[in-house]
Design a binder for this molecule. Structure first.
Ligand SMILES: Cc1cc2nc3c(=O)[nH]c(=O)nc-3n(C[C@H](O)[C@H](O)[C@H](O)COP(=O)(O)O)c2cc1C
Length: 228
């Protein structure tokens, strides 16, 4: 169990956000499988408040890029405060977003704020942001273990995605995930991830409180069985 957790962790630690993509084609079924995985995410009251739009159409990608670069140009040149620009400096990003047309696929993730009821009313959704965030996490993990690179992109405000993709009123664009292979010679920022000690606080059972500590509380000597 510990080995599998470690191996999965090692594989996930190799995921990096890529911003320089190749135009090498990616089979649609791989991205669809990842979206199916994203759809297994837990969600508040099992409302599954997500919708994924998969875009490979060249003209649509061009229009998305044009609109995203328009918003991002405003962001970088006018809307972002100096502190935000300073935080972005090490990533080397600017308003140019060539990956939006170079990548073979864009997955645009929409959050369903509510769902239309049969009587025309609104059926409530719960913890929408949390649920869709987990779904995107599974999407990224699946694409990564499939051997693909991703970029989580948030060209805010993202209303243009709603308009360009003709989505209904109860959906809001949540995230744009560019998917593909890294470009030849692609480089990523030299980032450090916080060590476990910094992100974890443990209040473990004290000796004797937890049968797994070997306290002998289990009726038979072998204790609980793992699930293999
Ligand atoms: C919610 C969210 C929004 C992000 N938006 C952007 C973005 O618009 N453009 C971009 O280049 N990277 C974006 N990123 C990527 C982060 O910069 C990246 O995850 C971070 O620098 C850590 O690098 P890593 O993913 O390689 O570990 C975003 C990431 C998240 C989680």
């Amino acid at each position: 169990m510990a080995r599998r957790a470690r191996e999965f962790g090692d594989a996930m630690a190799r995921r990096r956000t890529v911003r320089d993509f190749s135009d090498r084609p990616v089979p649609r079924e791989v991205v669809e499988a990842a979206i199916r995985t994203a759809g297994t995410a837990p969600s508040g009251a099992h409302k599954q408040p997500w919708h994924f739009v998969l875009v490979g159409d060249v003209e649509l990608k061009r229009r998305i890029r044009e609109a995203a670069e328009g918003e991002e140009r405003e962001n970088y040149e006018r809307r972002m405060p100096p502190e935000w620009l300073d935080d972005l400096e090490p990533l080397g990003t600017d308003w140019h977003k060539p990956f939006l047309t170079v990548c073979p696929w864009l997955v645009v993730v929409f959050a369903e704020l509510w769902s239309p009821g049969p009587d025309g009313g609104r059926k409530k959704h719960y913890y929408v942001q949390e649920s869709v965030g987990i779904a995107v996490g599974l999407l990224l993990a699946s694409l990564h273990v499939s051997g693909l690179a991703t970029l989580t992109h948030t060209p805010s405000p993202m209303r243009f995605l709603h308009r360009l993709l003709g989505r209904p009123n109860h959906e809001r664009a949540f995230m744009l995930v560019a998917v593909g292979y890294p470009a030849e010679g692609c480089r990523v920022p030299d980032l450090c991830r916080k060590p476990l000690e910094e992100i974890l606080t443990v209040h473990a059972a004290r000796s004797g409180q937890n049968p797994l500590d070997g306290g002998g509380d289990w009726p038979n000597s072998s204790g609980p069985q793992g699930i293999g």
